[in-house]
Every structure is written in structure tokens, then in C-alpha cells.
Design a protein around this ligand. Structure first.
Ligand SMILES: *[C@@H]1O[C@H](CO)[C@@H](O)[C@H](O)[C@H]1NC(C)=O
Length: 476
């Protein structure tokens, strides 16, 4: 058991790529491909539009009276499949029949439609329906993903795109996996290739993995508008029950729940962190129904910088839930506590949480050995809202602040000795006396974008009670 677990980590720890499967098909036997909502019967007349381009996969044998084929198309017959002439009449299960039945226009399916893809971390998971939740931009294949068109099916997809190349790690069609660029380019020029892919973007396979342990940007931001437009053709965004819905980066709709944004160091590994959250928290019955999507995103570094378009990558953890999102929110606070206590051993420099009830806080990652800062929690937004949420935490007994007498800064590193000068006296804590020693790292926290006002609780004395662990005091 533990061996399998270890192997699992080895295999997946360096890549955050997913397998993405295209859902629609152009199969003869799929009822949704016919205008009558059923597969042609023995006494039907079967029509393909004259100018329709289609690659149609036929799985079994059909008797038909007549069939009008398009100028440019193909029928791919599975082993044992075929067509037989029929006098009409006797086709068991086909009492209706005798109609003119037309193949639906397959040109309507867009590559950048987030509803037409399923994602999973392994092909096995795809098969068994263990799909992954992701923001809309990442529902569509990302640069390092493996794309799978279902075996025993054909398809037609429009690759119209705002970028000319659509890079992918690999593409599998009818169980043949393409991972070499020239080989796939040749396939695209083949008869089937031309019927299956049309549109302005060119799909390219690169066979390249994401080589950064913190994960890679999906690469679909340039097509954000297109992705959301395709989504809205099918459905409106759901009505939400929460007070202030959040819109994650890369998503087209608001959500109820929470977003945790992480600043990371080179030690951060997105896959092990994802597994940590899955095993420590999301697998708990109390968080059933909460869906998590984790990705590397870029956002303008600050309001003043946005003119210069400087982007800084961060890890976005979206926690979404049907209904009010309160479980997702509780989970976000749990994750923040985990960051406070274990952050620096996980490679997390800073975490920030936004919730759909309107609270917002950020905290710095501490660690057991570092022992310098157990945490900093800063209410932003309105000072009142920040205060409110903290008060809630206090009354719930989630945060305990020791008396001033026990507030002592633990100096473990020599470079901490000259921190005195860098202390910004502006961070007075309205609830507590100002801590006389703030580490220099904290500066980074405040020099950032938002005017962070409110409360900061810093010092090794502050600790968080995490039910998932034994209670540990980091004052050491
Ligand atoms: C038939 O096509 C629809 C839409 O293209 C798809 O959702 C569905 O999974 C297909 N059915 C089967 C049995 O493959």
C-alpha cells in the first residue's frame, strides 16, 4: 500500500499535466448526431448534407433503403460493421422509420468550448469517471496536457483560435498516440486529419512535459473570451447563493466558496501540495461536496504596476461548492492554518484567502524549525470586515493569542539580529500592543498591491489549533 503510494508520488510529482478527453463524436450510432434523435432504421432514407465534411465512424451493421453521401467525407467502418441494402420494413426495434433522417452539422463543435472536454489525472480515471474540476480556461487542453479522442469514435473539431498554434504534449486518435511533431503534422494532412480538424489554429504535439515543480501556466489566457463565449452559448452562469461571489482567474462565472492564492519559493511542488490537500482535508467527510482546482496563474502585480503589465505567477487554489459555499470557506481557513504552521517546509511564502462571504486575509508561511513567525493574519477590505472575521475565529477558539508577556521573538538566525531598523511601526495592531520585533520578511507583505490595513498578529507566540494535527506549539 505504502509502496504504491510512493510510486504514485514519483510518477506524478513533477507534472501537473492532465489527460483531457474530447466528448462529442461523429459516430453513426450516436443518436445525438441525427436530426430525428435516433439512429436510422431499415426503411429510413439517410442524408448527409451535400457540402458537409465529416469523418463518420460506424460500429455495427445497418440496413438502409438509401443513403446520400457528402462530397467530402469518409465512413470509417469498425471490424464487422457495414451497410446492407434493405427492402424496407423489417427492422426489429424500428417500428417508426420511413423518414428522411439527416446527419447533424458537426462543424458546430469548438475546441475552445470548456463543456466539451473531460479532465482526469490518469487515463484510468478518465475511464472510470473520476474527473477533475478546473477553471474554465483549464477545462480546455493546456500546453502540457495529453489529449485523447475516444477510441472507437471519430470527430470533427473547429480549432478556431486567437493564437496560431495550439501546443499539446500528445494527441491520441483511435488508440494511436502521437507524440512526435512531424508525425502528427503528417496526420493532419491526411484525409481523416483534414476532416477531423478544421479552423484557424494548428494543433501541434511537442512531447514536452512541464518541467517546473511549481507547475506551468495552462496557456489558454489568450483565448479567454472565446472560451467564455462558447460556454455561454450552452448555459448561463448559475445563480449563486453567496453574498459576494468570487471570480477565479481563468474562470467565466462567479463561484461560492473561497480562493487561496499562494506565493511560493523554488521548493514548492504543486503536485505534492495538491496531494497533501486531497489527503489531509478534501477526503474528510466534513468537506464532501467541495471541489478544488489548483493552477498556476498570473495576475498584475499591483494596481500601479498593471500599466506596465508586469505579471507575477502565483498558485491559485479554488474551492467551490454548490449552495452557500460555507464548507469550502471553512476549508480555506483550514488551509491557511496549515500554511501558517507548515508553509516554509512546503515552499509557501505567503497565503492569501478570499471568501464569498466577503472576508479576506493573508498570512505568511512559518515552519516548525524556523520558529520565527508563526503567522500573520491581515484583515484587508474594510477594517470592520477583517475584525469581524477574526472575532469569529477567536470566539470559535481557532486562534489563540498568548498574553503579551509570552510574546517573545525567537532569534535563531544570525541575520535576524539587525531586523530592528526594518520594522514598520505603521502596522500597529488595534487589538494588541505592537509587537516590537517584526522580521524583515514581513515587509514584503505590505509593500504589495493592496493597501493592507487592519490587524497583523505576528510573533512566534501566536499559534493555530489544527484539528488535523496534534496541537503543536511553535514557540519552541
Ligand atoms: C453522443 O454524442 C454526445 C454529444 O456529442 C455525447 O455527449 C455522448 O457522450 C455521445 N454518446 C455516446 C454513447 O458516446
Amino acid at each position: 500500500m505504502s509502496v504504491t503510494f510512493a510510486i504514485f508520488f514519483c510518477l506524478f510529482s513533477l507534472s501537473n499535466a492532465l489527460y483531457k478527453q474530447w466528448i462529442p463524436d461523429t459516430n453513426f450510432e450516436n443518436v445525438s448526431n441525427w436530426d430525428k434523435g435516433r439512429v436510422p432504421c431499415a426503411n429510413d432514407r439517410v442524408y448527409f448534407q451535400h457540402d458537409q465534411k465529416a469523418s463518420v465512424y460506424v460500429q455495427s451493421t445497418h440496413s438502409i433503403v438509401e443513403m446520400y453521401l457528402p462530397m467530402d467525407g469518409e465512413l470509417i467502418l469498425a471490424f464487422g460493421a457495414g451497410f446492407a441494402g434493405s427492402e424496407g420494413g423489417s427492422d426489429p426495434g424500428c417500428e417508426r422509420g420511413g423518414d428522411r433522417i439527416t446527419f447533424q452539422d458537426p462543424d458546430r463543435y469548438q475546441w475552445y468550448d470548456p463543456t466539451l472536454w473531460r479532465a482526469a489525472s490518469t487515463p484510468d480515471d478518465l475511464e472510470n469517471g473520476r474527473f477533475q474540476f478546473s477553471v474554465h480556461e483549464e477545462s480546455v487542453p493546456c500546453e502540457h496536457d495529453d489529449v485523447i479522442f475516444r477510441p472507437d469514435s471519430s470527430f470533427r473539431v473547429s480549432t478556431d483560435s486567437d493564437v496560431s498554434r495550439i501546443p499539446l504534449r500528445s494527441v491520441s486518435i483511435m488508440e494511436k498516440k502521437f507524440s512526435r511533431e512531424e508525425e502528427f503534422a503528417r496526420y493532419l494532412q491526411s484525409g481523416s486529419g483534414k476532416l477531423q480538424f478544421h479552423g484557424s489554429g494548428t494543433v501541434q504535439v511537442t512531447n514536452s512535459r512541464c518541467s517546473e515543480s511549481s507547475g506551468c501556466d495552462c496557456g489558454n489566457t489568450a483565448n479567454h473570451e472565446r472560451i467564455c463565449a462558447a460556454l455561454h452559448q450552452h448555459s448561463q452562469c448559475p445563480d449563486l447563493e453567496c453574498l459576494s461571489p468570487l471570480t477565479p482567474i481563468g474562470h467565466c462565472c462567479g463561484i461560492c466558496g473561497a480562493i487561496v492564492s499562494l506565493e511560493y519559493s523554488p521548493d514548492f511542488n504543486v503536485e505534492s501540495y495538491r496531494n497533501r490537500l486531497l489527503h489531509l482535508f478534501l477526503s474528510l467527510p466534513s468537506y464532501r461536496g467541495v471541489r478544488m482546482a489548483m493552477s498556476k496563474v498570473s495576475r498584475p502585480q499591483s494596481f500601479s504596476d498593471s500599466a506596465s503589465r508586469r505579471m507575477s505567477p502565483e498558485i491559485q487554489v479554488v474551492l467551490q461548492e454548490e449552495g452557500s459555499g460555507s464548507k469550502a470557506e471553512a476549508l480555506a481557513w483550514e488551509i491557511m492554518k496549515d500554511i501558517q504552521s507548515q508553509g516554509s517546509s512546503l515552499g509557501i511564502v505567503k497565503g492569501e484567502v478570499q471568501t464569498s462571504t466577503g472576508s479576506h486575509a493573508s498570512g505568511q508561511g512559518g515552519s516548525v524549525d524556523g520558529g520565527m513567525i508563526a503567522g500573520a493574519v491581515i484583515g484587508v477590505l474594510l477594517a470592520l470586515v477583517g475584525l469581524g472575521s477574526l472575532v469569529v475565529l477567536f470566539t470559535r477558539g481557532m486562534i489563540r493569542v498568548p498574553g503579551m508577556s509570552s510574546l517573545q521573538f525567537v532569534k535563531k538566525d544570525s541575520d535576524l539580529d539587525n531586523l530592528g531598523d526594518s520594522i514598520d511601526k505603521g502596522f500597529d495592531n488595534p487589538m494588541f500592543d505592537t509587537s516590537p520585533h517584526l522580521p524583515a520578511d514581513l515587509h514584503g507583505l505590505y509593500s504589495g498591491s493592496e493597501a493592507l490595513k487592519g490587524i497583523s498578529i505576528t510573533n512566534s507566540g501566536v499559534h493555530f489549533v489544527n484539528p488535523a494535527y496534534d496541537e503543536t506549539d511553535f514557540t519552541a
